[in-house]
Design a protein around this ligand. Structure first.
Ligand SMILES: [Zn+2]
Length: 158
């Protein structure tokens, strides 16, 4: 997926997650949208830094890098929600574009789904919107489905 798609995905996820976490539609909702959309969008831009430093779709497109972004807020108390942008970048690349990513880098095999379109296809926005909606459904299920069993994203989002 291209940068346009990743930014669109990050911003829409920020709005969607803002409403999932603060669904009333008041000032708290707006604050939550900004608090989520900015770091998620920044996180969504991180993996493609490897177009300049390292090997594209390998060096910063893998599970160890995602693990570092998940651990960072727990250890240092900042960069909250950035991991969501990194994760959804991987999803968009794997599901929405033809080329996969090297999830287990430095093992260089790239993994993806046969669902993607070319990054310059006229359908990239439609695919991005469909994947974003699917991700929000998963997020909703996590917050309101598993939440009732006592499982929470709170430790990752502090
Ligand atoms: Zn990428």
């Amino acid at each position: 997926m291209n940068k346009h798609g990743h930014v669109l995905n990050g911003l829409l996820l920020g709005v969607g997650v803002g409403f999932i976490l603060a669904p009333i539609g008041n000032v708290e909702t707006l604050q939550t949208i900004v608090a989520v959309a900015v770091p998620v969008t920044l996180g969504a831009l991180v993996p493609d830094i490897d177009t300049e430093f390292g090997r594209h779709r390998k060096t910063l497109h893998n599970l160890p890098v995602l693990g570092l972004f998940i651990a960072f807020p727990v250890v240092f108390g900042n960069l909250n929600y950035v991991w969501i942008g990194v994760l959804t970048h991987y999803v968009l690349d794997m599901v929405g574009s033809k080329r996969g990513i090297a999830l287990f880098y430095p093992y260089t095999q790239e993994y993806g789904f046969p669902t993607g379109v070319a990054t310059k296809s006229q359908y990239t926005n439609v695919v991005t919107l469909f994947i974003t909606a699917s991700e929000l459904l998963v997020g909703y299920a996590i917050v309101y489905g598993f939440g009732r069993y006592g499982w929470s994203l709170a430790p990752l989002a502090q």
